[in-house]
Design a binder for this molecule. Sequence first.
Ligand code: GRF
Length: 201
Amino acid sequence: ARLVVLVSGSGTNLQALLDASADEAYGARVVAVGADRDGIEGLARAERAGAPSFVERLPDHESRDAWDRALAARIAEHRPDLVVCAGFMKILGAPTLTAFTVVNTHPALLPSFPGAHGVRDALAYGVRVTGCTVMLADAGVDTGPIVAQEAVPVLDGDDEETLHERIKTVERNLLVETVGRMAREGWTVTGRTVRLGRSGG
Ligand code: GRF
């Protein structure tokens, strides 16, 4: 399966997908990396892996819809079977969501703590268990159908950074495993239920 991965930051989730796709048996490979900003480590990781990359910055476009359409067109150039948001900090609009299946990952157990500060919000709430979620992207903020989740404990003395690092260790593996299964087994979506399996795709 052909993956286009969208990033906005350090790209450690992207790196995990790049590393996994080095193995033919994984069943998927990163054919391009897209970003909404320049100068991020995620783009350097794409460069080092020899993966084509592109950047579509919102301020370069006369409207949000123009940016959405430009992004969808750049993604389409690479003919993806699956688009993966891996720390992509923009909400995708209809041009992308209607053209591709988009998988996203979030460092909390949705529906708890959606949005850009899920780790900070969980810590502030005082939960003892948080985790990460792999879901399909829809027009909302982290509201799409859930594909996989894994719990991560909050330890005494955790701050946002230590907790996010512990979550990301689990999240990278969950994302790689889930995307690999979707690529190899296919998937179907019925309402809010995502089933992996041959009849999918
Ligand atoms: C990940 O935890 C992702 O879920 C969240 O931001 C982090 C991105 O990390 N949205 P990286 O850029 O993949 O290292």
